[in-house]
Design a protein around this ligand. Structure first.
Ligand code: ATP
Ligand code: MG
Length: 392
């Protein structure tokens, strides 16, 4: 028996004239993902995307998970394909549905015909399919008000589909519909979650990672590239840009007061992020900051770094506590990688007593001790870019 996936749109159904454009984006990304799982055809009609395996080697389970992670898809259905006649529909229902109904007590059948030329009405299809199911699973009872399982029979243009319920999709909007943002991606827990949250609102991600070799290691970089690959399973492939802050950090330590190290470093990160965003066509910066979490994330400290940003800074974790962020990190599978113990450039030369209520003018005075523009220029020249595909 042939099984296929039916993907149902989420919010984009509401978007009127843009709908075709969104459908194209979803279809294109599903085709791209399908290439990792074998030979599939991806087509769409009537607010549904059809993903059909074209040979027996195609990995439908893998494709199912990949489709469930696509933003813009509200639900994914696994369905058996039947011919458009009652005999085929009933025999498909009898052989396909038992595993979905075992251990359940009640069910109902909802039939839908978009092909009005089909000889039976929807209630008639429901009744016959219900009878067929009861003939192979006589312990079940029909309950039209509050069933354990709702079986659906959909008679469409070219075939009929039989299935037993919809799995939740990723929701949100198709990636790309909300512009492009530059994610400041560290190896921590928060920034992958922040990237995921913005991608859910349709933002295409470009990433920027700052390292400080030899104070940070090759493994720290590998970890960040791995995290990008995990976020890409939802958000799509992304470019990860890597910039070295080594010399900037060494100069900070030589010339500035210790309590300002982190703040000054974060302002350098912002200056470089402005440059990368401009070069890569990004219209916002994204960070994993959460109010009050560490010394550099007080309102005053955020204002001092924000003052140097040339783009809006999106901080989707700002009002969340760590527990809530960890919950999302676990759900999107980045948590285990995030907690691998490799150092980050922010943890190198950390001040013992960082300024938690910094004053902008004082920070600017510290910066006068440094050739800021030349340091930014030099760091920018270390930029390397890596194209990261989803790790399925
Ligand atoms: P995270 O868990 O995301 O690392 P954090 O709680 O450790 O966050 P900080 O290290 O102060 O907080 O960083 C705040 C934000 O600054 C991060 O969420 C990230 O967006 C950005 N950031 C920090 N370090 C780096 C880095 N090495 N490269 C790129 N961005 C960084
Ligand atoms: Mg960090």
């Amino acid at each position: 028996m042939k099984e296929i996936l039916l993907c149902k749109y989420g919010e984009i159904v509401l978007k009127g004239a843009n709908r075709r454009y969104f459908e194209d984006m979803l279809g294109k990304e599903l085709r791209f993902r399908a290439a990792s799982f074998g030979n599939f055809s991806v087509t769409w009609a009537q607010s549904t995307i059809y993903i059909e395996p074209k040979d027996e080697f195609a990995d439908l389970d893998g494709m199912f998970e990949a489709a469930r992670r696509l933003f813009g898809i509200a639900g994914v259905v696994r369905a058996a394909v039947a011919e458009k006649n009652m005999e085929s529909i009933l025999s498909t229902a009898k052989s396909y549905l038992p595993p979905f109904l075992s251990g359940k007590k009640t069910f109902k059948v909802e039939a839908k015909r978009s092909d009005k030329a089909f000889p039976l009405s929807s209630p008639e299809i429901s009744r016959e399919a219900g009878g067929a199911i009861l003939s192979v699973m006589p312990h079940l009872r029909v309950d039209v008000h509050n069933p354990d399982v709702t079986v659906r029979v959909e008679v469409r243009e070219t075939a009929a589909y039989v299935h037993a319920g919809q799995f939740k999709g990723a929701g949100g909007l198709p990636v790309g519909a909300g512009g492009k943002g530059l994610l400041l991606l560290s190896g921590g827990i928060d920034s992958p979650v922040a990237g995921w949250m913005m991608a859910k609102r349709g933002v295409k991600l470009e990433a920027l990672y700052f390292e400080s070799m030899p104070y940070t290691s090759e493994q720290a970089r590998e970890k960040v590239l791995d995290l990008a690959g995990l976020v890409a399973r939802w958000a799509g492939s992304m470019q990860v840009n890597v910039i070295s802050l080594t010399h900037i950090q060494e100069e900070l330590v030589k010339h500035c007061d210790e309590e300002y190290f982190t703040l000054l470093l974060r302002r350098f990160m912002m200056r470089l992020a402005n440059r990368v965003a401009g070069m890569k066509g990004c219209e916002a910066l994204i960070t994993g900051e959460s109010l009050g979490q560490v010394a550099s994330q007080t309102m005053q400290a955020l204002n001092v770094t924000n003052a140097i940003a040339a783009y809006p800074v999106f901080r989707p974790c700002i009002g969340m506590d760590k527990e809530e962020i960890v919950q999302i990190a676990r759900m999107i599978d980045t948590f285990e990688t995030s907690i691998l113990p490799f150092e980050d450039c922010c943890t190198v030369f950390t001040p013992k007593h960082p300024k938690t209520r910094p004053v902008l003018s004082k920070v600017e005075e510290q910066e006068k001790r440094l050739p800021v523009d030349a340091l930014v220029e030099e760091a920018f020249a270390t930029l390397q870019s890596f194209y990261i595909r989803a790790k399925f």
